[in-house]
Design a protein around this ligand. Structure first.
Ligand code: ADP
Length: 394
């Protein structure tokens, strides 16, 4: 008999046992009892016993699906048997004769499998006995394979996300590019070089086309700047974990969380979230933050009895748009870009509680999803925030 602790065993003992223990004093006493009982047993065969501390090798406990320690496992010969609970020695007494019988059957089978080849050389079939140490190593490896598989899935998801984003960006860039090209083409085709003037175009029309070309190229420039900001890792802490998200459902959950706040101010909340709004490819926790910040601001800056509206829209095949409007004071046109800066607050609102970081965070999150966020004046006054996100592919 071999009783080993800690060091790996490499004997060929046919009966292989694993004893799982933990660090509790009570458990130590039980283990002592089991070990001395095993020593007392009149064993006809060698056996190996390896002690495994679950604290040090939790993956082994997981592998054997153990729910309690100590536990004694017969790992060889098959089938595996697990004795657990407070009376392992009692159970062992009952099982021992059966394990011995299993040994007899196993050794008989093994001797039957030895055969001679034509040259008379003994061809010994590899013993199927694996030492406990080897099986432990195999389990560690299978654990590692599982971890790598999960990592691979995560990476594949991210590649898929990037593919979606590229499709969305290509689509987004094409719109202003087409508009700018049409304006430039129209100007070019109507320009008479010899006369140095635009024919068939009124001066008003000419100015409009120049403005159009300029504003569309500005939009393209802005999109590329945003893209580079994300790409250069300025927002590196924003590692998002995109997945399939039902944003309509998420938004309703957030509204429910904020119910106490808006009912306290007697706000009327209008929801226009189509049932067939597609899922988005996004990090649910991050998007929850965006929704909370925007709705929280709408509640904060809208006077009692005002209206707040939430609207979801399937903008293009690649993206959805979410809009949140209120009937508060709105954002003056000159400050519309600045309110997304860190710590920026309108002078008007310095007296209200807040740190001026909410919108900056929203922008960083939305940009990390390669979406856009902006603000306009709502139809009845008030602020009207919009943001876009990529659609989850079907
Ligand atoms: P905070 O609300 O904590 O000051 P934010 O970054 O969320 O910070 O907002 C920045 C500023 O933008 C606010 O200080 C406020 O002046 C203005 N603002 C944001 N949301 C609204 C809104 N819904 N209506 C009016 N002003 C707003």
């Amino acid at each position: 008999m071999q009783v080993s602790q800690d060091q790996p065993i490499s004997s060929d003992a046919p009966l292989q046992l694993l004893l799982f223990v933990d660090g509790r004093p009570k458990s130590k006493q039980q283990v002592q009892r089991i070990r001395s009982y095993l020593k007392e047993l009149e064993a006809d065969y060698d056996f190996e016993l390896q002690i495994v501390d679950v604290g040090q090798q939790p993956y082994l406990a997981e592998h054997f699906k153990l729910v309690a320690t100590p536990a004694l496992i017969k790992v060889h010969p098959e089938p595996r048997e697990i004795l657990a609970g407070s009376n392992i020695t009692g159970q062992l007494k009952a099982w021992w004769p059966r394990w011995q019988a299993a040994m007899d059957a196993y050794l008989q089978l093994e001797s039957d499998l030895h055969e001679h080849d034509e040259n008379g050389r003994v061809k010994e079939l590899k013993s199927s006995i694996r030492s406990v140490a080897v099986s432990a190593e195999l389990m560690r490896l299978s654990d590692e394979v599982f971890r790598l598989k999960q990592e691979k899935e995560k990476l594949q998801e991210q590649i898929q996300f990037k593919d979606r984003v590229i499709a969305m960006l290509a689509h987004d860039l094409r719109n202003p590019l087409t508009a700018a090209s049409i304006a430039i083409d129209t100007l070019q085709s109507n320009y008479n070089i010899e006369k140095g003037e635009f024919e068939r175009l009124t001066p008003k029309m000419t100015v409009h086309l120049f403005k159009q070309a300029r504003s569309q190229t500005k939009i393209i420039d802005r999109m590329i700047t945003d893209l580079l900001r994300v790409g250069h890792g300025k927002d590196r802490e924003f590692f998002i974990q995109p997945q399939k998200v039902d944003i309509g459902k998420l938004c309703l959950e957030v509204l429910e969380e904020l119910r106490d706040r808006y009912t306290a101010k007697s706000h009327k909340v209008n929801k226009d979230i189509p049932k067939d709004l597609p899922n988005v490819y996004a990090d649910p926790e991050r998007i929850r933050q965006v929704l909370i910040n925007l709705l929280d601001n709408a509640i904060k800056y809208t006077p009692e009895g005002g209206d707040i509206s939430v609207c979801g829209l399937h903008r293009t095949s690649q993206k959805i748009q979410f809009s949140i409007s209120d009937t508060g004071p709105g954002i003056p046109e000159d400050n519309r870009d600045r309110i997304f800066e860190n710590h920026y607050r309108l002078e008007r609102d310095q007296g209200k509680e807040g740190y001026g970081i909410g919108l900056c965070l929203c922008q960083r999150i939305v940009l990390a999803h390669y979406g856009q966020i902006w603000v306009e004046t709502a139809p009845h006054g008030g602020a009207w925030f919009h943001f876009t996100l990529p659609v989850y592919p079907n």
